[in-house]
Design a protein around this ligand. Structure first.
Ligand SMILES: Nc1ncnc2c1ncn2[C@@H]1O[C@H](COP(=O)(O)OP(=O)(O)OP(=O)(O)O)[C@@H](O)[C@H]1O
Length: 337
């Protein structure tokens, strides 16, 4: 689900998150470091760091204001508000992600499960620092969530003014696609290098960042991401872009399942068409039978034979036959040289 709204007209309600007080924490002890350790893993720093604010506290209490309407987007698990982060007299546009409280089949609220999944997303987001990864600033408590559960923090990311890649490209059809693909692959290779599996790579989770150096693709939504050395159980729910070996909630994601999703995402971005289109049940069946999108259905200007071969190699049915993200990086480096 992805709902983007038109820019606001006139006055819009703005809420300051300064006076919000956190209630007793629902986070389990082993997750507490994500909230208390203010320093991201220094090994994860990238030489081309962007949007970094030195000495920013992990809890951005009193520094963030949000605009309640219109929202930046609504996903299956969260609503994302536009906001401002004020630090040392400088104001930056941010996106504030507020998780929906999960519900059990009987309708009861699963607050602790939601808290655990927000804690995991926070932990992963703060570790990842790369120009092609949504930049995480910190967390804060949201007034709406507070009414229900004062303990689930909102996550604050740098605002990507181009919003989702698919919508940006629909409005800017002459945009060069290969540099965006390159950015997606660079971001994914960086994640894999640190042993993190995205788990839900699809075109909706690619945002467009606009800055003085132009436009760049940014990987977003680490709500289904996992640390490969811990637990790799699949946490996503979108099957269309998921690898064929992912069948049930008991399935395990791997870097190779991300590569399959990368192939379909690349195809969608270069061709302005969802990789598979039509009845979801049929799509699932095709995927399991090893069928893949037909090149003739995706007559994109920027897919030459080499690029097509790369896509085909990445969606191989056997995970071990797929290219790694770093192989795709070298391939794109050679073809764009
Ligand atoms: N940093 C950002 N800048 C601009 N827009 C954003 C940003 N982060 C999220 N959005 C918007 O909000 C939407 C939902 O965000 P996100 O994908 O993180 O939510 P989700 O509930 O985890 O989604 P999913 O249904 O994939 O699990 C995005 O598709 C995008 O349109």
């Amino acid at each position: 689900m992805d709902e983007e709204t038109t820019p606001p007209e006139g006055n819009v309600p703005v809420v300051r998150l300064s006076e919000m007080v956190a209630g007793p924490t629902l986070f389990l002890p082993h997750q507490a470091w994500a909230l208390t350790n203010p320093t991201p893993n220094p090994e994860c720093r990238h030489p081309e760091m962007w949007d970094q604010i030195p000495d920013l506290p992990a809890d951005l209490k009193g520094m963030v204001t949000i605009t309640l309407s219109p929202v930046l987007g609504i996903g299956g698990n969260a609503v994302v508000y536009e906001g401002q982060l004020e630090s040392n007299g400088v104001s930056r546009a941010v996106a504030v992600k507020v998780a929906f409280i999960k519900r059990a089949v009987d309708g009861s609220l699963l607050a602790d499960e939601t808290a655990r999944s927000v804690a995991r997303e926070m932990r992963i987001s703060r570790a990842l620092q790369h120009p092609n990864i949504a930049h995480y600033y910190g967390m804060c408590y949201d007034p709406i969530a507070l009414k229900l559960f004062s303990t689930i923090p909102a996550l604050v990311f740098a605002h990507c003014a181009g919003r989702s890649a698919i919508k940006y490209l629909a409005n800017h059809p002459t945009t060069k696609r290969l540099p965006l693909v390159r950015g997606i692959v660079d971001g994914l290779a960086y994640m894999h290098e640190f042993g993190i599996i995205h788990g839900d790579l699809n075109p909706r989770n690619v945002l467009i960042k606009l800055d003085e150096s132009g436009i760049r693709a940014v990987l977003n939504d680490f709500g289904s991401s996992v640390i490969a050395s811990e637990d790799t159980t699949w946490l996503g729910d979108d099957i269309d872009y998921s690898a064929p070996e992912i069948k049930t909630k008991e399935s395990h994601v791997t870097t190779m399942s991300d590569i399959y999703s990368l192939a379909l995402t690349t195809l969608a971005i270069v061709s302005d068409k969802p990789a598979f289109d039509g009845d979801p049940l049929k799509i699932r069946e095709m995927r399991t039978q090893g069928l893949r999108p037909d090149r003739a259905d995706h007559p994109a200007l920027e897919i030459d034979d080499n690029m097509w071969e790369c896509i085909v190699a990445c969606w191989a049915h056997q995970p071990e036959a797929r290219w790694s993200a770093s192989q795709v990086v070298s391939f794109l480096g050679q073809t764009q040289a």
